[in-house]
Design a protein around this ligand. Structure first.
Ligand code: ATP
Length: 515
């Protein structure tokens, strides 16, 4: 684990050093859990968004996009349940003055018991060697069974308290389990309070009677309230979907793990409207389709897993997360939810407008059911960055840091490098840039030895380096260097466009989905 922590720290500093992610307001000592994307980060982020957008809107002729405003009528958040129930239970330690999520403290305690079980299993595996029967050991070993029973009892007590919204009981669990504050080491806890995660602000001047509005905590509601507009003006027939990418804001209590949990972040959400009764079929479709979108990137199939929810939100009848193996464990990157007709019905009730669909095949009207796919851009960015980062030992004893980014997502597609800064090589290199720049993000670099320039491009994940040398002036050929293999080949300038395009184009990535 300590080693993984080290890797994660290195990735964070690499992200800063190479212009991917900077802490927000850094010259003023930063703003907690808010980050800025730098010159390379914004390109990578835009490419991730484009990959998602095109996968949704180009590959499905029944999905269209919108871009709704961040400010919305405050009653929307009443209807959606966010004003009353978008809460985290928080608790303070009186000695350290640190604030924690009560549910996270208890979840960590459960994870500690899990760790103890795994340690017993690991010890036994070492002791028994090849003859070790793990399943049998788990079922019969006294100490493991004791831990299991303790874990189950705690888990049950915790979920009962969460389901009932019983804050006193959450506190009591923390006391009974003797959970201490990691900073002060004491058990001097306050009461547990509910804390709403929405940011509030005021619209209009106070003289006019200002209205309290919220920064949206999710983009989905902008889709629901535009359902009728899009369905009517786009003449959409069920099943159909509406996609949106945009900022969301949550006043997260415990913000940590870099861009994994931020207070301002971006979501890519798609609401798919279906006939009631057909939602499970579509839930299955989207669950599989979304995973294949992830896998097409080639980050490693073993890095993904589904986590089906046992405890469902009151409006959902099925939900699963797609988790990705981050340096700090498997974590949610995307949620796929079957939300029934909850949201549209609520907006019908609160707005007093009829929100229904007339199904010409059934000759009847109904409130559509909804399958939602919801993914965080920043978490996706983090999963791509973490799985691409490698410190490689080279045969000549040197090391290089390389980002094996999927070529279609790389911020820079190719760098054109004159071998020396004289003899007409820079001019020739510029000519190549001027031709390629219309199709690919292209860098020109002439400073430093060629090896150092290659390293800089490796560090930002540029798939191709094109080197212009004296032979280029004679026969119009260049060396094309491949990032991952570091292999170089001599190719004609006239072939560059085709060779690069084959590897870096977004359509070539889109074609891999479901293959
Ligand atoms: P978590 O349990 O981690 O708080 P969530 O279940 O509340 O996440 P959803 O409300 O389902 O998340 O939001 C959908 C997606 O939005 C998540 O899968 C995640 O990728 C992203 N997301 C949610 N909260 C944040 C955040 N604070 N920072 C960055 N991304 C976020």
């Amino acid at each position: 684990m300590a080693q993984q922590d080290d890797v994660f720290k290195k990735i964070i500093s690499h992200a800063k050093e190479y212009g991917f992610v900077f802490p927000s307001s850094e010259i003023y000592d930063g703003l907690s859990a808010v980050y800025d994307y730098g010159q390379n980060g914004v390109e990578l982020k835009n490419n991730i968004k484009r990959y998602w957008w095109d996968a949704m809107t180009l590959l499905h002729d029944n999905i269209v996009g919108i871009d709704s405003a961040i400010f919305m009528h405050p009653t929307i958040w009443k209807a959606s349940g966010h004003v009353d129930a978008f809460n985290d239970p928080l608790i303070d330690n009186r000695d350290s003055k640190k604030r924690y999520r009560a549910d996270v403290l208890i979840e960590d305690q459960i994870a500690k018991i899990d760790d103890k079980i795994e340690k017993e299993v690991a010890k036994a595996r070492k002791r028994f060697g090849e003859t070790f029967d793990e399943a049998m050991f788990r079922q019969t070993n006294g100490r493991v069974l004791e831990y299991q029973a303790k874990r189950e009892a705690l888990h049950q007590r915790f979920s009962d308290a969460m389901n009932a919204g019983n804050l006193d009981e959450l506190r009591q669990i923390i006391i009974d389990e003797e959970i201490v504050c990691p900073i002060s080491g004491t058990k001097n806890w306050t009461e547990v309070r509910q804390f709403n995660l929405m940011f509030k602000t005021e619209m209009g001047s106070t003289a006019d009677g200002a209205m309290t509005v919220y920064l949206r905590p999710e983009t989905a509601q902008g889709i629901f309230v535009n359902y009728l507009n899009v369905q009517k003006t786009g003449r959409m027939r069920i099943p159909f979907g509406i996609a949106q990418i945009g900022k969301a804001f949550r006043n997260e209590i415990v913000a940590r793990q870099f861009i994994f949990r931020m207070r301002e972040f971006e979501q890519m959400e798609m609401q798919f409207f279906v006939r009631p009764g057909q939602e499970m079929e579509w839930f299955k479709y989207w669950k599989e389709w979304r995973l294949s979108w992830h896998k097409a990137l080639g980050l490693g199939d073993e890095k993904y897993r589904y986590h089906d929810h046992e405890k469902l939100a009151h409006y959902a009848n099925a939900a699963t997360d797609i988790e990705f193996q981050m340096p700090f464990g498997f974590k949610e990157v995307e949620g796929i939810h079957s939300r029934t007709n909850f949201d549209l019905s609520q907006h019908e009730k609160f707005s007093g407008k009829k929100i229904q669909y007339f199904d010409p095949e059934l000759n009847e009207s109904y409130t559509p059911y909804v399958i939602e796919t919801s993914i965080g851009v920043d978490r996706m960015f983090l999963s791509v960055l973490c799985s691409s980062y490698e410190e490689q030992q080279l045969e000549n004893g040197e090391t290089r840091v390389v980002l094996h980014l999927p070529a279609a997502l790389a911020p820079v597609k190719c760098a054109v490098l004159p071998l020396v800064r004289k003899d007409g090589l820079p001019e020739k290199a510029r000519e190549i840039v001027d031709d390629l720049k219309f199709d690919f993000t292209t860098h020109y670099e002439e400073k430093d030895a060629i090896g150092r320039r290659y390293r800089r491009q490796d560090a930002i994940g540029t798939p191709f380096c094109i080197t212009v040398d004296h032979q280029t002036l004679e026969d119009n050929t260049v060396t094309l260097r491949h990032r991952d293999s570091m292999q170089q080949e001599r190719v004609a300038i006239a072939d560059l466009h085709r060779l690069i395009h084959d590897q870096v184009s977004l359509p070539s990535l889109l074609r891999k989905i479901n293959k």
